[in-house]
Design a protein around this ligand. Structure first.
Ligand code: ADP
Length: 334
């Protein structure tokens, strides 16, 4: 029985199911993290217990949800997937917690966005597998405690620093996901191409990997766009030339930056003389949401050294100027 079949209950349905690897062996990269999880899985199985609560953090699209589903697969349990914005009312989380069976995994995405009430319901649930429900109001209010199944909470966040410490402290394992290496992305693209039955050469996969910003989700998305292009141009196989032509058309440049990435850098350079500038000012000038810039765009720009964070704000580096074909001011700010 696969996690998908166990998830036949409509409440337990994983998105993007078909492209996701289903076992740790199929999951490319993140070697250290996989080793940590292998040990956690084996130890829990040896003791016939649920795995400790696990917090995964890192930029979007690096494989956090996929890992939660793999854990369920490896432990032969179900995985309920939800996200903090879907847990607005206390009864949202209580309903989910009460439906969990022993060993089940509850995956909460964007866990740094939980509201206080929901978060406080989670504390005893995580620690003592107990749900404290307040019945009635005011003077006559009573707290009733219900026992919960021993479950595993897998939390995912792009901003580990935004978690409150009581919540963070209740996770037994806290693990970071890293951007993927070029050869890992190439492997992911070849795997996905196999699943989609898209003919592609290893060099073609590498050309797409070069523009995938270290991120499997982006690698898969670019592959689909290149597949469309190849089909319409009636090309039998994705080659490096074809991949480059297609991605140029979609305005994904040679470092994988898209229109918004370039807008952020350009704004910082042209309107703010390269910075230092606060996030809010950049957001206002570009019309992008500050949170999205911080959680989606910045991490990769920081990773490739186009952007630097200082105590006084963000600065564009010499590499960013060069990438945009601009001359860096001299002397350049540190
Ligand atoms: P996150 O939850 O971190 O935003 P996901 O788990 O949804 O990311 O992963 C995004 C996509 O990338 C999924 O469709 C999955 O198929 C693919 N993916 C992620 N990590 C890997 C990996 N290590 N190997 C293969 N495919 C991966």
């Amino acid at each position: 029985v696969t996690a998908q079949e166990r998830n036949a209950n409509p409440n337990f349905e994983p998105p993007e199911a078909s492209l996701r690897p289903q076992t740790l062996d199929d999951y490319v990269g993140q070697r250290d993290l996989k080793e940590v999880l292998r040990i956690a899985i084996q130890a829990a199985q040896g003791r016939q217990e649920a795995i400790d609560h696990l917090l995964l953090y890192g930029p979007p699209g690096l494989g956090k949800t996929t890992l939660a589903l793999i854990l369920a697969e490896e432990m032969q349990v179900r995985c309920k997937i939800t996200a903090a914005p879907a847990l607005e009312r206390p009864r949202d989380i209580t309903g989910i917690l009460l439906a969990l069976q022993p060993g089940d995994i509850l995956f909460i995405d964007e866990i740094h966005r939980l509201n206080r009430l929901t978060e406080e319901l989670l504390y005893p649930a995580m620690e003592d597998f107990r749900l404290d429900i307040t019945m009635g109001k005011g003077q006559s209010a009573k707290v009733r405690s219900l026992n919960l199944a021993r479950f595993t909470l897998v939390g995912a966040t792009t901003k580990v620093g935004s978690l409150t410490s009581p919540l963070r402290d209740r996770f037994g394992l806290i693990q970071r996901l890293r951007f993927y290496e070029l050869d890992e992305l190439q492997q992911i693209i070849l795997r996905t191409a196999g699943l989609l039955a898209v003919p592609i050469s290893p060099a073609g996969a590498q050309a797409i990997a070069l523009r995938a910003r270290g991120t499997p989700r982006i690698a898969n998305r670019l592959l689909k766009r290149v597949r469309d292009y190849a089909q319409v141009k009636q090309q039998p196989e994705i080659t490096p030339t074809l991949a480059s032509e297609a991605l140029d058309l979609y305005q994904v440049d040679k470092r994988g930056l898209d229109w918004t990435d370039r807008l952020v850098l350009q704004t910082l350079i042209e309107q703010f003389q390269g910075g230092p500038t606060g996030l809010e000012a950049i957001a206002a000038a570009t019309g992008e949401d500050a949170k999205t810039i911080e959680e989606v765009y910045e991490p990769y720009l920081l990773q490739i050294g186009y952007l630097a964070r200082t105590s006084r704000g963000r600065i564009a580096t010499a590499a960013a100027y060069e990438h945009l074909g601009l001359t860096p001011p001299n002397p350049l700010l540190p």
